[in-house]
Design a protein around this ligand. Structure first.
Ligand code: IVH
Length: 676
């Protein structure tokens, strides 16, 4: 094969960048690292510079990516949101400062060096000091309105603080980044792993995916955070700050969360020294940081140098290289999850990376191994950034041994030897045997775990014994354990056996959502289980519901249950052994506590409420919980039987329907009043 012509290579690069842009911005996923992506962009920019006739305006080198998704309202930024030029090289950073000095004909410029936060860009508008809107960058001109989701961020004030000498502008777009801490990322991934779902790859993807959830009650269950560092439109113009550093002071005075670390520098050397300091400190910061942003401090000078079509010419990002190392892939093992997913794991020659020793890395799934042609005995490049799960990036083909053969993914479950299957539309390969011992073990462990039924004394070791003895083949078997059998295990004394049996008995009346979660329906975590419990009110009703019941009403409290989850639920109960499991649980005397019953309140007994629009301070889930705690019911649709419709900002068709039917409409304040 001959080398591609520049024209061919440009087309290839543009297609590849467009695909990665889509993965990154719209699907909140990524197949390649930032550095590899930046290298593609750099190669394209160089080729376009050398072949001006082939350069065109709609090239990805000329525009900002696009993060807009279906289901969100578009909103046009009053001032464009740009992206940043970036570099991995100190020399290029020097060229940047030299260029500014040349253009401004000054050698005494002041720069600000600040952390580059690895999250999702957002623009938050305050009018007369009130938070009115939060919008993603989108294509830089218009983005998705994510106000309801942003309101779930605890640190984001609804009002700007007015204090002495710092003005509160009539209108201001404050720019910043929504992110997730590593801690929260790991908590959510642990939950996903329990559900047999593929873990999210890094906190940035998860933060982006969360911001783009259509149901803000799901967003509220995941802890998103925000920092603000920049400005867009400001009115009146006289309220523009003079410098970036002064603006930082204002952001703080308004009570907005911002970065604590910021350096002032007056030469390229000082800029690079500040970047080095930041690098040394970055793993201890409260937010994920993937580089530094260097900005010209004076806002007047920023305006003088202006911007290109996609990025300001007064700022430059310096990106830290992710930590990577080559090591030997000794073996590929297969892990069987609770839902039967077969996950390939790379067993590596241990290697030091980002402060830890890495000996295993995820290979994600069968297709990924095939796409990267990863073979046992290969030398592979492993990447680990901070707390992120180590991943195999690619094979070093120069070091491939001639005897290496393509990896064949097992066609059978390594545990029970059932033939593995790949369901349509899924990347995962699964063991379809619901009695596969590993699956049973993991399912029972999940069911008994703290996140579900919270059965004391039924930990991993105990479950293993019960499964090994053949006493527990399915979850309902837990409710038929024989005391004498248990005592025959020898190791446990009478008292602990009786305690265990009592704990299992007590679990029969646990809250409904705990059972829903414990069933282990793919894609249904704790938050969704609570929503399902609230809407269906009983285990049987959940089994009998049709797909339409799940997604019938976009505005209902379960609107977060989109098509994927609805399909997972109906698919789960379509398998007779799963529906049978529910029957057997009920036959064993399981009688879950219906939602609302625990609150014991009676103020709203017999009343039905419908929520619509965005409430000023409560998420839907919070409002629903308050109503239910007082004995009321929350419904997804308005009818003559509805007692009150609670309407917030941008209320939709339900408000109209309430008015038509003459149903009383109240706001959040009135709801609170009724509750007191
Ligand atoms: S300033 C006019 N400062 O990184 C654009 N951006 O990769 C000025 N980012 O689009 C942006 N931390 O979303 C700026 N301290 C920081 C930042 C930051 C993260 C984001 C921002 C930008 C992207 C470029």
């Amino acid at each position: 094969m001959s080398a591609p012509t520049p024209e061919e290579r440009i087309a290839e690069l543009r297609a590849s960048i467009a695909r990665h842009d889509d993965l990154y911005h719209r699907q909140a996923e990524s197949e390649i690292s930032d550095q590899e992506y930046d290298a593609l962009k750099r190669e394209l920019a160089d080729l376009e510079a050398a072949n001006p006739l082939l350069a065109m305006m709609d090239s990805p080198t000329q525009r900002v990516g696009d993060d807009r998704n279906e289901g969100f309202q578009s909103y046009t930024h009053r001032e464009r949101m740009m992206s940043l030029d970036n570099t991995y090289s100190g020399d290029e950073m020097r060229e940047f400062t030299a260029r500014l000095e040349r253009e401004l004909e000054r050698d005494n410029l002041t720069y600000v060096v600040e952390p580059k936060i690895d999250g999702l860009a957002v623009s938050v508008t305050y009018e007369k000091g009130h938070l009115v809107r939060a919008v993603t960058r989108g294509n830089g001109i218009e983005g998705d309105d994510i106000t309801a989701n942003a309101r779930t961020i605890r640190d984001l004030p609804r009002e700007l603080k007015a204090s002495g000498d710092v003005p509160v502008p009539d209108v201001i777009e404050v720019r910043g980044e929504i992110f997730m801490t590593n801690e929260e990322f790991q908590r959510i991934n642990a939950e996903r792993e329990e559900l047999g779902l593929e873990p999210y790859k890094n906190p940035r993807n998860l933060a982006a995916g969360t911001v783009k959830q259509l149901d803000s009650s799901i967003v509220a269950q995941r802890k998103l955070e925000i920092v603000l560092y920049g400005r867009g439109y400001i009115e009146p113009v006289e309220s523009l700050p003079e410098t970036q550093q002064q603006f930082f002071g204002w952001v703080k005075a308004w009570g907005l969360p911002t970065v604590e670390n910021q350096w002032s520098a007056t030469s390229a050397d000082e800029v690079l020294a500040a970047i080095a300091e930041l690098d040394a400190l970055r793993h201890s910061l409260a937010y994920p940081t993937d580089g530094a942003v260097v900005k010209l401090d004076s806002i007047a000078l920023q305006r003088t140098v202006g911007a290109t079509s996609k990025a300001p010419r007064w700022a430059m990002a310096y990106k830290f290289e992710a930590e990577r190392a080559e090591t030997l892939l000794k073996n590929i093992t297969i892990q069987v999850g609770r839902t039967g997913v077969l996950t390939p794991v790379a067993e590596l020659e241990p290697v030091r990376l980002a402060g830890t020793t890495v000996s295993r890395a995820t290979l994600h799934n069968r297709d990924e191994i095939a796409r990267k042609d990863i073979r046992i005995g290969d030398t592979v490049l492993v990447e680990k950034a901070g707390e992120i799960i180590p991943a195999v990036l690619r094979v070093n083909l120069d070091k491939r041994k001639p005897e290496g053969v393509p990896y064949t993914f097992p066609t059978a479950c390594p545990e029970c030897e059932s033939e593995a299957v790949q369901l349509e539309g899924e990347v995962a390969v699964r063991c379809p045997n619901s009695e596969c011992p590993v699956q049973v073990r993991r399912r029972v462990i999940h069911f008994a775990s703290r996140a579900c039924l919270d059965i004391e004394g039924l930990g991993v070791a105990m479950v293993n014994q019960l499964v090994d003895q053949g006493w527990v083949k399915r979850i309902p078997d837990l409710y038929h354990l024989d005391r004498d059998n248990l005592l025959s295990l020898g190791k446990s004394v009478e008292k602990s056996t009786d305690n265990l049996l009592a704990a299992i008995e007590a679990s029969k009346t646990a809250e409904l959502w705990r059972f829903v979660h414990g069933l282990g329906i793919p894609h249904v975590g704790a938050a969704a289980s609570k929503d399902l419990a609230r809407v269906f009110g009983g285990l049987r009703d959940l089994v009998d519901a049709t797909m339409d019941d799940y997604i019938k009403d976009k505005e209902s409290v379960i609107s977060g249950i989109g098509a994927t989850m609805a399909e997972a639920i109906t698919g789960f109960f379509a398998e007779t052994h799963n529906a049978q499991m529910v029957d057997d649980l009920l036959a064993a005397g399981v009688a879950p506590e219906a939602p609302g019953a625990e609150g014991g309140g009676t103020k709203f007994l017999g009343m039905t409420f419908v929520l619509t629009g965005t409430l000023p301070s409560l998420t839907r889930n919070e409002a629903a919980e308050m109503i239910e705690a007082a004995g009321g019911k929350v419904s997804g649709s308005v009818s003559k039987k509805t007692t009150y419709v609670i309407a917030g900002e941008s209320a939709g068709s339900k408000l109209a329907k309430a008015e038509k039917l003459g149903v009383a409409v109240i706001d959040e304040a009135k709801l609170r009043e009724l509750l007191t």
